[in-house]
Ligand binder design. Structure first.
Ligand code: B12
Length: 286
């Protein structure tokens, strides 16, 4: 992990006069007048330093609000993820579960907060692919403890979904989260992994008689492969047999509509809701 020391000389000029905390405060007052939980200040020194890399006001507000429910333990998980300490994330996640934190709480307030800051640092060229890979490994170490909990449903299978990241795209953290949630909600999910060609999606639909396909893309350059997969389904006469949902950070509802998808989900919870409504639609059409 490359460590970068941030002296005040390295910081953009408009951030030298005000600390990030100072920048956060007015935003909170303006946007969150009523809150049932007192917002949690950043008490973790490492995380506070990492938060300094978040310089865009919109992102400061978003991440700051997301950190509102992150207590010391969650902040430590987020920090250890950012600096890529997979063994620490593994240990802390287990410890939090033992202490009674819910899997959803650890995911939302610990792991995803850490990954949000990793995303900002990556985009702003503060860190590069190797560091992101190390952070992703730490994310996976935490998710490994959460998966059995989020995936355990004990209810009759609702239906079958084929999930995969589209051709050319190697991002799988979000897709894997969707899969955990789907399994937890009682779906049978066949995971085709990353870099999935249209033919692989189609073969899996036929083999497992799936009612729903979910495609994930994180790159603007691979998003069109969702549309290509839908066209392939049309070409081989499979389009009416299955409902198709799409998602991933750059994907929007408009884009989903444009390429002819049946559903779009912004996050893993949406993914489950979308799959449920698409199954109902598919039954209606059958
Ligand atoms: C981790 C990461 C990587 C890791 C991936 C590790 C892994 N195993 O996934 C590695 C290092 C491999 C990587 C590589 C690259 N990356 Co990358 N990466 C990221 C990063 C930091 C986080 C992504 C992530 O996991 N987010 C957390 C998850 C939980 O969120 P999510 O994926 O959005 O998923 C949620 C929703 O979108 C939704 N969802 C997701 N899928 C689906 C599917 C359905 C059906 C539904 C309903 C919902 C749904 O639910 C999920 C859960 O809530 C993002 C930054 C970002 N902010 O997104 C960049 C980012 C996506 N990467 C980027 C780039 C440029 C690359 C590289 C090209 C870099 C390079 N120069 O090589 C390569 C491409 C490799 C490839 N061919 O795919 C850019 C993309 C820019 C663009 N406009 O296209 C981003 C946005 C960073 C940036 N700002 O520059 N990356």
């Amino acid at each position: 992990m490359t460590s970068r020391c941030k002296s005040s000389e390295q910081l953009p000029p408009y951030r030298i006069e005000q600390s990030p905390r100072a920048l956060r405060a007015p935003l909170k007052r303006a946007t969150k007048p009523i809150t049932h939980h007192p917002p949690m200040p950043i008490v973790n020194e490492g995380l506070e330093r990492e938060f300094e890399w978040v310089t865009r006001p919109g992102e400061q507000k978003h991440i700051s609000e997301a950190l509102d429910l992150a207590d010391e333990m969650m902040q430590e998980i987020a920090y250890q993820l950012i600096i890529g300490k997979n063994l620490e994330v593994d240990r802390l996640t287990k410890e939090c579960l033992d202490k009674g934190y819910t899997a959803n709480h650890i995911l939302d307030n610990g792991l995803l907060n850490g990954m949000a800051i990793v995303g900002v640092k990556f985009r702003d060229n503060v860190i590069f692919v190797p560091e992101v890979l190390v952070a992703a490994r730490a994310m996976k170490a935490g998710m490994a403890h959460l998966e059995p909990i989020l995936s355990a449903s004990g209810i009759e299978p609702i239906g079958t979904v084929i999930m995969g990241t589209v051709k050319g795209d190697l991002h799988d953290i979000g897709k894997n989260l969707c899969i955990m949630m789907l399994r937890g909600a009682g779906w049978v999910v066949h995971d085709l992994g990353v870099d999935t060609a249209p033919e692989e999606f189609a073969d899996a639909v036929m083999e497992f008689e799936a009612q729903v396909v979910g495609m994930s893309a994180l790159l603007t350059t691979t998003m069109p492969n969702m549309g290509r997969t839908i066209s392939y389904f049309e070409d081989i006469g499979l389009r009416d047999e299955v409902r198709i949902m799409v998602g991933g950070a750059p994907v929007t509802r408009e884009f989903a509509d444009e390429m002819g998808a049946d559903g779009y989900g912004e996050n893993a919870v949406d993914c489950v809701e979308t799959a449920v409504s698409l199954l109902a639609l598919q039954k209606e059409l059958a």
